[in-house]
Design a protein around this ligand. Structure first.
Ligand SMILES: C[S@@+](CC[C@H](N)C(=O)[O-])C[C@H]1O[C@@H](n2cnc3c(N)ncnc32)[C@H](O)[C@@H]1O
Length: 218
C-alpha cells in the first residue's frame, strides 16, 4: 500500500491496470492534439502527478511545438521529477508544472481557457456524485467551448463507476468522443468534448475537494 502519492506512482511499474490506463490516456492526448486546428494549443492538467501522460505524449508528437501547458500538482517530489523530465525534453519554455493546489481556481489564471483539459486520477478521489457534478460544472472556467476533456475512473467491488461518470457527463453538457476500458476491465478512460460556453470567471474559487487517500486509490 502506498503511503503517499509519490509512492502511488511506483504502481505504474507493476500494475497492468495503470500501465494500460496510461497508454489509453496518451492515445487520447495524441488524438486531441491531432484534432486541434493549426496554431497554439493550450493544455491544463489537474492533479497532474509527475506529468508522465502529457510529457510522454509530447516527446514524440509533431504538434508538441504548438503546446503551452500548465500542470498543477501538490506533491513536491512529483513536481521535482516532472520538472526534470520537462527539462530533459527541452520543454521548459512551454510547460509549467506548478507545486500548488489544483482545487483552487487561482492556480489556473493565465493558463485557461484550455483546448485540452486532463483530469486523470481525480474522479475516483471525490467524496460523492455531488462533488463530481461540482467539478464538472466548474470545468466551464477551465475549458474553451469544444475543449477535449480526458478523464479516468476506476471500478471497485464489481461496480462499474465509469458508466455512471459517462451518464453524468452526458447530462452535464459533454459529448463523448471515445471511451475504453483497460484490458484488465476495471478502469474506464474517456475523451469528451465540452460543448458549453467558457466562463471567464470561476463560479467558485474552490473548484472541487480532493478527498482521496493514496493507500486506497486505484
Ligand atoms: C491518482 S493520482 C493521479 C496523478 C496523475 N494525474 C496520473 O494520472 O498519473 C492523484 C494526484 O493528485 C494529487 N493531488 C491530491 N490533492 C491535490 C491537490 N489538492 N492539488 C493538486 N494535486 C493534488 C496527488 O498528489 C496525486 O499526484
Amino acid at each position: 500500500m502506498p503511503n503517499d502519492w509519490y509512492e502511488w506512482h511506483d504502481l505504474y511499474n507493476t500494475e497492468p491496470k495503470l500501465q494500460q490506463r496510461l497508454e489509453i490516456v496518451r492515445e487520447y492526448i495524441a488524438y486531441s492534439l491531432n484534432a486541434s486546428p493549426d496554431g497554439a494549443i493550450q493544455i491544463v492538467s489537474v492533479c497532474a502527478g509527475d506529468g508522465r501522460d502529457l510529457l510522454g505524449t509530447l516527446q514524440n508528437h509533431p504538434r508538441a511545438k504548438d503546446v503551452s501547458a500548465r500542470l498543477v500538482e501538490i506533491n513536491s517530489n512529483l513536481v521535482e521529477r516532472g520538472l526534470a523530465t520537462i527539462e530533459s525534453l527541452s520543454l521548459t519554455r512551454q510547460i509549467e508544472l506548478i507545486n500548488g493546489d489544483a482545487t483552487l481556481a487561482t492556480n489556473y489564471v493565465g493558463a485557461v481557457p484550455a483546448d485540452i483539459v486532463i483530469v486523470c486520477g481525480v474522479f475516483g478521489n471525490l467524496a460523492d456524485e455531488g462533488e463530481l457534478n461540482r467539478l464538472l460544472d466548474n470545468l466551464s472556467f477551465l475549458s474553451k467551448p469544444g475543449a477535449f476533456v480526458i478523464w479516468t475512473r476506476g471500478h471497485s467491488n464489481g461496480f462499474p463507476y465509469s458508466d455512471n461518470v459517462r451518464k453524468i457527463l452526458s447530462a452535464s453538457g459533454f459529448e463523448e468522443v471515445q471511451f475504453k476500458l483497460t484490458a484488465t476491465g476495471d478502469m474506464g478512460v474517456g475523451l469528451h468534448r465540452y460543448v458549453g460556453e467558457n466562463l471567464p470567471q470561476p463560479k467558485e474559487q474552490q473548484l472541487f475537494v480532493f478527498s482521496g487517500v493514496p493507500s486506497k486509490a486505484r
